[in-house]
Design a binder for this molecule. Structure first.
Ligand code: 3PG
Ligand code: CO
Length: 554
């Protein structure tokens, strides 16, 4: 019968202080000038790799190893932290939506039937990221949904697009908009009034996360719901092309725009009676908008008008808050995470990052669950991120502050596990600014050093790993691995994550002498880390967890 109680590890002691360090966007790749981790001075991470070959290895952080549809899918923080925290591989949002669309089950379930009631007399609005990155959303899923909804009675459809350039190459939004526009034209040919109604760049419009900056969501609200935006165009392709002409413009940060008719009236504000679907499957950057669309009581910004709509998320984004209450596809049910087990076994836990990654080591780590399992044993600390800037301007971000908080938590001896996410490699890597990303990697390495020094002082153990690659490769490559050039002969900067594996390093004075990485888990992935950490806390992991990476030789 089920019990939260974990068996004692036969060989490893309890009571060691363990630092679990997740470097965000820190993969392993061959050394060249586009590998910012290689170029940066990173003595601490280098020494982990070079001094203890039995205690450093690579694990898979992308594709099927983390529950994504195929091994062509790059890793991301959501699936990476889910796997790290849950110790098992779950079919993730991207895949669940694929399956629900392919089988047609999506159209039979509660969420679709709920929004469908608006189809006869009102408009269906689809809001989300226009991308084939597969991190937050996918264009082919939107295309299928457009087709499916129109075949099932939607007569008037408005799409509110957010341009990407972060999970895909900058500039690709034009191509995606053309593809979408072609589909909408076809629908119009069939007598369905289907159009793009508004848009904007994902980092400036709508897709903020962890309440870093509500202004971002407000800008989107104004364009999507109120039909008000500083820029007005007749169609989306023209809008994106024009807005990209401004100096330093890029897809991630395009300003909000509204599509207007010949009388300059917005073609698709959201009105009473309409149906709205946010078609991103990933939660972190949709929950703020979901709150604005769903909550009667709401004080984060002035909504001006709060239309009475039927709203569904592609998924339910927060299982704890039940947000949104209607959704088209059920999210992965991630239960019995390592965090929950450890708390039930008396392990006191401290978790910390800065705002932009705070939910990664809490919400994602705990299986998309917000809040504490047991507030008496856990403390989660959020360091406010700088907002309103792109992180190439401040590439050190709050790495040192995170390092200090972790150091203090370790030295206080009040916690058994001190877990952090150090965001620099990822957040600065996403800007595509190579110089800044080098500075970012150095800062992350310095934060790791602070934490390892504290572990040294208390006789503890460290586990240093990453959630997926990013900073180790900043350029788009051909199949041979050579950098690709654009039509002006410049290398094509890659702002997105990668398919690369990530390191796992263990060590520290508290680590029993005989502990080393097993040789019989060559294809290990991020999901193997949870059992490993449980072992280091002195416990045997539950049977259904992916196997531990370590063995203890006498
Ligand atoms: C983002 O949301 O910033 C990117 O799409 C993915 O980055 P993350 O998975 O590292 O958060
Ligand atoms: Co990222």
């Amino acid at each position: 019968e089920f019990t939260w109680k974990l068996a004692d590890h036969p060989k490893l002691p309890k009571g060691k202080i363990i630092a679990v360090v997740v470097l965000d966007g820190w993969g392993e790749a061959s050394p060249d000038k586009f590998n910012c981790i290689h170029v940066a001075e990173t003595p601490t991470m280098d020494s982990l790799k070079n001094t203890a070959p039995d205690r450093w290895r690579l694990v898979r952080a992308h594709g099927t190893a983390v529950g994504l549809p195929t091994d062509d899918d790059m890793g991301n923080s959501e699936v990476g932290h889910n796997a790290l925290g849950a110790g098992r591989i779950y079919a993730q949002g991207a895949k669940l939506v694929d399956l629900a669309l392919a089988s047609g089950k999506l159209y039979e379930d509660e969420g679709f039937n709920y929004i469908k009631e608006s189809f006869a007399n009102n408009t269906l609005h689809l809001i989300g990221l226009m991308s084939d990155g597969g991190v937050h959303s996918r264009l082919d899923q939107l295309q299928l949904l457009l087709k499916g909804a129109s075949e099932r009675g939607a007569k008037r459809i408005r799409v509110h697009v957010l341009t990407d350039g972060r999970d895909v190459l900058d500039g690709t939004s034009v191509k995606f908009a053309e593809t979408l526009e072609k589909d909408l034209t076809e629908l119009r040919g069939k007598g369905i009034d289907a159009q793009v109604a508004s848009g904007g760049g994902r980092m400036y419009v709508t897709m903020d996360r962890y309440e870093n900056d509500w202004e971002v969501v407000k800008r989107g609200w104004d364009a999507q719901v109120l039909g008000e935006a500083p820029h007005k165009f007749k169609n989306v392709v023209e809008a994106i092309k024009k807005l990209r002409e401004a100096p330093n413009a890029n897809d991630q940060y395009l300003p909000p725009f509204a599509i207007v008719d010949e009388n300059e009236n917005p073609v698709g504000p959201i009105m009473d009676g309409d149906a709205v679907v946010t078609f991103n499957f990933r939660a972190d950057r949709m929950t703020m908008l979901a709150q604005a669309l769903e909550y009667e009581k709401f004080d984060k910004f002035d909504r001006v008008r709060f239309p009475k709509i039927r709203y569904a998320g592609m998924l339910q984004y927060d299982g704890e808050l039940k947000l949104p209450s209607h959704y088209l596809v059920s999210p992965p049910l991630i239960e019995r995470t390592s965090g929950e087990y450890l708390v039930h076994n008396g392990v006191r836990t401290f978790a910390c990052s800065e705002t932009v990654k705070f939910g990664h080591v809490t919400f994602f780590w705990n299986g998309n669950r917000s809040g504490y399992f047991n507030s008496e044993l856990e403390e989660y600390v959020e360091i406010p991120s700088d907002s309103g800037i792109t992180f190439n301007v401040q590439p050190k971000m709050k790495a040192l502050e995170i390092g200090e908080k972790a150091r203090d938590a370790i030295l206080s001896r009040k916690f058994d596990q001190v877990r952090v996410n150090i965001p620099n490699g990822d957040m600065v890597g996403h800007t595509g600014d190579i110089e800044a990303t080098i500075v970012a990697c150095k800062a992350a390495d310095e934060a790791v050093k602070m934490i390892l020094d504290a572990i040294e002082e208390v006789g503890g153990i460290y586990v240093v790993t990453a959630d997926h690659g990013n900073a180790e490769d900043m350029v788009k490559r051909n199949k041979k691995g050579e950098p690709l050039l654009d039509k002006d002969g410049k290398v094509q900067i890659q702002t997105s994550h990668t398919l690369q594996p990530v390191p796992v390093a263990i060590g520290g004075p508290g680590l029993s002498r005989g502990v080393k990485f097993r040789k019989d888990v060559p294809n290990g992935g991020l999901a193997n880390v949870a059992a490993t950490v449980m072992n280091l806390h002195g416990f045997v992991a539950p049977d259904d967890y992916e196997t531990s990476l370590i063995e203890v030789v006498d």
